[in-house]
Design a protein around this ligand. Structure first.
Ligand code: SF4
Ligand code: SF4
Length: 301
C-alpha cells in the first residue's frame, strides 16, 4: 500500500473512532448475479442473471466514490462473466483505479482465466481440499488450480466460507495458500445462515475449534492468514456489533448498508463474515484489533 493511501485510511479511522462517524469507506458493486456455478451454500446466484451495463456500473462506482468509499470490491455472481461489448472486468478495475479508488479488489470463483494484474487482491473462493471443495462447488478444483498457475500476477487471496461440509479442511486450505505460486494469503468466513442454508452453519463449539486451527496454522505453520486472531472470540460468540456502517453494497441502483443480506430478518445476529467483525471492532477503537490489522494489512496489500 502506498504511504499516501495509508495516511488517508489512518485519518478516516481516527475521525470515525473519535467522532463515532458512520461514513462508509468500503464499497461493493455487484456487476451481475449471473454465475456458472451453483454452490451448495449460495443463496444469491442467478436470481435475475442480468449482466449490468457498463454505463450503469460506472455510475454506481461514481456514487460510491462520492459517498467517500476508497476501497472498492467487484462482486457477483461470477465477476469474470461480466462483459459489455469489448469491455471486460479488467476495464472496470482499470477505470476504478483511474477514478481514485485506492484499493480495488475482485471476488471470483476461479473457474475463468485470471488476468487482472491491476487488482490489489483477487479473492478466489476455495472451499476446502479437493474432495470437500468439489462437493460444494462441483468438479472445479483442478480447473481452478490450472487457472491460478497461469495467472498473470501474484495477487490472489483464497476466500473460504467454513460450513458443516468443509470445516475439517481448513488446515489444507492454509497450506495451499502458503505453498501455491501466485497466492498471497487466505481469508476465512463462517457460513452465514440464510433461511435456505441454515443447516450448514457451525455451532459455537465448532467455530471455536476452527479458530484454534486457524491460529495454529498462522503461528506454527506460518500460513499467510488475512484475518485477525483478536477478533476470534467475538466471531465465535457473535458478540461483534452489526451491521458495519463503514461498508456499503450497490446492486442495480439499490444501496444497502453492510451487505445485501441486511434485509434478511434476524441474520445479522448470526453473521459469519469476518470482515464485519474486524471492521466494526476496529471502528469501535479496540486497540488489539487496530494493532493486528495494521500489521496484517500492510503485509498483504
Ligand atoms: S461461485 Fe459464488 S455466486 Fe456462484 S454459485 Fe458459487 S458462491 Fe454463488
Ligand atoms: S452484519 Fe448483517 S448485513 Fe452485514 S454481512 Fe452480516 S448478515 Fe449481512
Amino acid at each position: 500500500m502506498k504511504f499516501t493511501s495509508f495516511m488517508k485510511f489512518a485519518g478516516f479511522g481516527i475521525k470515525t473512532i473519535l467522532f463515532k462517524k458512520k461514513d462508509p469507506i468500503l464499497g461493493t458493486v455487484i456487476v451481475t448475479d449471473k454465475c456458472n456455478l451453483h454452490c451448495k451454500h449460495c443463496s444469491v446466484n442467478n436470481i435475475t442473471a442480468v449482466i449490468h451495463p457498463y454505463a450503469q456500473i460506472r455510475n454506481e462506482m461514481q456514487i460510491l466514490y462520492d459517498m467517500g468509499v476508497r476501497i472498492l470490491f467487484f462482486c457477483g455472481g461470477e465477476t469474470f462473466m461480466w462483459r459489455d461489448g469489448d469491455k471486460t472486468l479488467r476495464d472496470l478495475v482499470i477505470e476504478a483505479k483511474k477514478m481514485g479508488f485506492l484499493i480495488v479488489n475482485v471476488v471470483t470463483n476461479g473457474t475463468w482465466p485470471i488476468d487482472l494484474p491491476e487488482a490489489n487482491l483477487i479473492l478466489l473462493s476455495l472451499d476446502g481440499d479437493k474432495e470437500h471443495h468439489n462437493i460444494i462447488r462441483g468438479d472445479t478444483y483442478d480447473k481452478i488450480f490450472g487457472n491460478i498457475s497461469k495467472a498473470t500476477a501474484n495477487n490472489i487471496c483464497f476466500y473460504m466460507a467454513i460450513n458443516q461440509i468443509n470445516k475439517d479442511s481448513v488446515a489444507d486450505v492454509c497450506r495451499k495458500a502458503r505453498d501455491t505460486k501466485n497466492v498471497k494469503a487466505v481469508s476465512f468466513n463462517f457460513h452465514t445462515p440464510y433461511p435456505d442454508t441454515k443447516e450448514l452453519a457451525l455451532t459455537k463449539e465448532e467455530k471455536a475449534k476452527v479458530c484454534e486451527t486457524i491460529k495454529y496454522m498462522k503461528k506454527k505453520e506460518k500460513a499467510p492468514i488475512f484475518n485477525l486472531i483478536s477478533a476470534f472470540p467475538y466471531l465465535i460468540n457473535n458478540t461483534f456489533p452489526t451491521p458495519c456502517h463503514q461498508c456499503v453494497v450497490i446492486e442495480n441502483g439499490k444501496i444497502s448498508t453492510c451487505g445485501r443480506c441486511i434485509d434478511v430478518p434476524g441474520l445479522c445476529e448470526k453473521c459469519g463474515y469476518f470482515f464485519v467483525a474486524e471492521y466494526t471492532l476496529l471502528f469501535k477503537g479496540k486497540f488489539k484489533i487496530i494493532w493486528e490489522m495494521l500489521r496484517t494489512y500492510l503485509k498483504y496489500i
